[in-house]
Ligand binder design. Sequence first.
Ligand code: SAM
Length: 278
Amino acid sequence: MPSSEPRTITSLTNERIKAIRALEMRKERKATGLFVAEGMSILITARDMGAMPTTLVTLAGRTTVDGPTARLARGLVAGARAAGADCLEVSTAVLQKLSGKDNPQTMLAVYRQRWAEPPQPEACGPDDVWLALEEVRDPGNLGTIVRTVDAFGVRGIVLVGASADPYAREAVRATMGSIFAVPLVRMTAEAFLALATRWRAVGDVVGTHLDGAEDVRAATSWRRPALVVMGSEGPGLSVAAAAVCTRRVRIPMAGRLDSLNLAVATAVTLFEVRRDRL
Ligand code: SAM
């Protein structure tokens, strides 16, 4: 049973600490449906988005000193306790191990993962934009994309096929808190092709492709609601996904390289499609 009493933990073999460390493994995140987020500002975003932790970890003594940061920390602990979270105080060494950093943040917390239902194209608003990522591989790219989607007011992300885990530590860090704001949907490649086929009846399905016939800067002419589809870091957009798109667009480039980083290409494309709404 979670306890609301703070305790100072100095041992890495403490069962609660071991359980949090185990969440570094994807298998354990999948089995428990939990993940770790670090840092006071991300924890504040989580609270503001209505996400309460199951466990809150604070550096020992952090909440007893004076000053605005300590007051914020006390507020987070009080809110977590009221929501029934297990509130732990730990030594610097334990916090370092939990965060994997020499200079860890002074707080971290365990949350329940949230997965959304697939978008219904017929129910989308006339301005809505959704993003689909085909087999994104790099958690840092994925986290950056979650942050970008939040920043540009895109409705959510569909993760297609064998995707990196958005709840991996590196991904969560890169989201800077947007992990709590952006609806995330998982689906197979087959389910995605069926969704994209339905989408074509109400709006454009826009594939980004190095051989795209259209320039991304013409995005204001896309039919909304729009579904933007990005390919994987290695192979790019699959033949099947490219075939279901109503448009294939490219981002013009100068220089010697043939492609942009996935997160950068996503940011450019989403900026173009949302530019008149920002
Ligand atoms: N070798 C891959 C290919 O042939 O597509 C490159 C993949 S690129 C690193 C990852 C994804 O970013 C692409 O599938 C595409 O969605 C997007 N992308 C990158 N640069 C792009 C560009 N100049 N125009 C359109 N999309 C681009």
